[in-house]
Design a binder for this molecule. Sequence first.
Ligand code: PLP
Length: 216
Amino acid sequence: MEIGEEIYLDNAATSWPKPECVYQAVEKFNRRIGASPGRGSHSRTVAAGQMLLQTREDLAGLFNIEDSSRIVFTGNVTIAINIGLKGLLRPGDHVVTSSMEHNAVARPLYALQEKGVEVTTVQCAPDGSLDPSQIEQAITERTRLVCLLHASNLTGTIMPIDAVGEIAHRKGVLFMVDAAQTAGVLPVDVEKQRIDILAFTGHKGLLGPRERVGYT
Ligand SMILES: Cc1ncc(COP(=O)(O)O)c(C=O)c1O
């Protein structure tokens, strides 16, 4: 099948086709630089390092992240989420999440539950929507984290992250957001929305190639 003859409907998995400038930038990198940042000191590794730094700064500007050195590039958003959850939660900790989470959140939480982390899953309505007051009610003295996706890959439901971020902040609980479906699509501002850990990806709404990133 020729490009242009199909209607592509799988942008929730990965956006396609990418804008022409994305293909050109990848080709330019592979042809002219093709080196790993920080691996050596010749001119092409330096150029790769500068490109990485510029990417950090651009992402920090997009999400209002004060310190771009806190952006961690990972293999995909699932890895970013795993690092966030498993790096933070210890046996005896309590985490509040929703029934709409992607497996990238649900599965590490099941694994952590078996190691003694208490997980409360707030049930969403049949249309996927979430009542923020239910998150507030679920928070206890042992709650360390509220973990919520920004928009569902299944229903497209947008979660009330502004309200939940305010609740988490007021209660002194960390707030982690899975923005896999929304980075580059909806505004995300880690300061305004009180987000402590943001997991996002470059290859969906940000229209990038398949390298992906997360932020802690
Ligand atoms: C909400 C959400 N979280 C996490 C993921 C996992 O993304 P990846 O496979 O890039 O790690 C997806 C993928 O569709 C998603 O929609």
